[in-house]
Design a protein around this ligand. Structure first.
Ligand SMILES: Cc1cc2nc3c(=O)[nH]c(=O)nc-3n(C[C@H](O)[C@H](O)[C@H](O)COP(=O)(O)OP(=O)(O)OC[C@H]3O[C@@H](n4cnc5c(N)ncnc54)[C@H](O)[C@@H]3O)c2cc1C
Ligand code: FES
Length: 375
């Protein structure tokens, strides 16, 4: 979710064929895939921070689609016209008997140079705000560094905007794109990198491959960031996101200066008490005004006037104190699907999968006139 840009951008939809032209092992668990459109006319520029949606084939049981959709952030420079790079962590089963991650293991184990993958996008509003002059802090944990590397490329091409790239991971063996980032921050003054290893190896220590040990702490942040008005970008595993977000808030950073992206279900950034604005135990009924456009949440017993300021029906529901389920907030995963009892909606981001009759995705739609929803 980006605090800096509006969501009302129409996605350019349609899956296209991308051929893998290079496969590079970046660490013991992360591998990059460089891809070019089979048809050069299928190239789409991307903003640093955006992702592609891949259709990954899976064995088809009766009635199933035969594929899963997975997002991967573009990790290369937005100036690299004609070629995307994604960097994928292999999500192996956590314990014997459990299944390996479908898409990441398929890509690592089965995809090689010359293979063709179907992808849609680029999508997503977690993008570097290139119009801002504020210094930037890119904070990532694990494979969450992928959008940050693309952003760092964009920042390095600017003449003087300051940026600090802070990355946390277990140790040097799993640290991907390290030399690339280190090289980028030496291209001009005003760019710095800080690597925090939780469990550095003897080699990491001998070669001084990291700057701090353990978890990113308040002291580390304060030491790296002289008092200023920064734009923060955050991406990593949920515990990392929660801890860093809380730390930034404690340090007085306003919410609207923190943009973040989840690589999984986006439900955990703030403890409930912080996340819910003011949930009415029994939502109050707001009476429609004259001919105003209204949104009725039938199960919740709430009707509210749509004044057009909410970015989506999902945001609108949250503003009323409701908590519909969501994950990608980008029309991809289907988690926010709801039943539209009455009325019609318009999509500012095309849903990737077909919707059944009377179904609506709350995260990427707005009402077209008054609507009644089954939530
Ligand atoms: C906007 C966005 C950008 C992203 N960018 C990147 C990126 O740049 N790089 C990247 O690597 N990832 C990225 N991701 C994450 C990526 O989309 C996938 O979620 C990730 O690769 C895992 O998918 P998978 O199909 O391999 O695993 P899944 O099959 O979805 O499984 C996920 C995990 O659950 C485990 N699991 C599966 N079934 C069970 C079960 N029954 N019991 C217990 N455990 C189980 C698997 O072993 C695996 O570890 C991004 C996600 C989003 C939303
Ligand atoms: S939250 Fe994923 S489609 Fe709406």
């Amino acid at each position: 979710m980006n605090a800096f840009t509006a969501r009302d951008t129409v996605a350019r939809s349609g899956f296209r064929d991308l051929r893998v032209v290079s496969k590079v092992r970046e660490s013991t668990i992360i591998t990059s895939f460089h891809m070019e459109p089979v048809n050069p006319r299928d190239w789409r520029d991307f903003e640093p921070g955006q992702f592609l949606v891949f259709k990954i084939p899976v064995p088809q049981a009766a009635g199933e689609k035969g594929y899963v959709l997975r997002n991967y952030s573009v990790s290369c420079s937005p100036a690299s016209k004609g070629r995307y790079r994604i960097s994928v962590k292999r999500e192996a089963a956590a314990a014997p008997g459990l299944p390996d991650g479908i898409s990441s293991c398929f890509l690592h184990d089965r995809i090689d140079v010359g293979d063709v993958l179907q992808a849609e996008g680029p999508r997503g509003d977690f993008v570097l705000d290139r119009t801002s002059n504020r210094p930037v802090v890119l904070l990532s944990g694990g494979v969450g560094l992928t959008p940050m590397v693309s952003m760092l490329y964009a920042l390095a091409s600017m003449p003087d905007r300051r940026a600090v790239f802070i990355h946390a991971c277990e140790n040097g063996d799993v640290h991907a794109l390290r030399d690339e980032v280190t090289g980028l921050v030496t291209t001009r003054p005003g760019l710095t990198a800080h690597y925090c290893y939780r469990f550095p190896s003897e080699r990491d220590k001998a070669e001084q491959r990291f700057h701090s040990e353990g978890m990113i702490s308040r002291d580390v942040l304060q030491g790296l960031l002289p008092i200023d008005d920064y734009d923060f970008y955050l991406c990593g595993p949920p515990p990392f996101m929660q801890a860093i977000y809380a730390m930034l808030r404690e340090l007085g950073v306003p919410k609207y200066r923190i943009a973040y992206e989840f690589f999984g279900p986006a439900t955990v950034l703030e403890p409930d008490a912080m996340r819910i604005p003011s949930v009415p135990a029994q939502p109050a009924r707001v009476e429609p005004v004259g001919e105003a456009t209204t949104v009725e949440f039938r199960k919740s017993g709430l009707t509210a006037v749509w004044d057009g300021s909410a970015a989506s029906l999902l945001d609108f529901a949250e503003n009323q104190g409701l908590l519909p389920e969501f994950s990608c907030r980008a029309g991809i995963c289907g988690t926010c699907k709801s039943r539209l009892i009455l009325g019609d909606v318009t999509y500012f981001e095309e849903p990737l999968d077909e919707l059944g009759a009377g179904e609506v995705l709350l995260c990427c739609s707005k009402p077209r006139g008054s609507v009644v929803l089954d939530i």
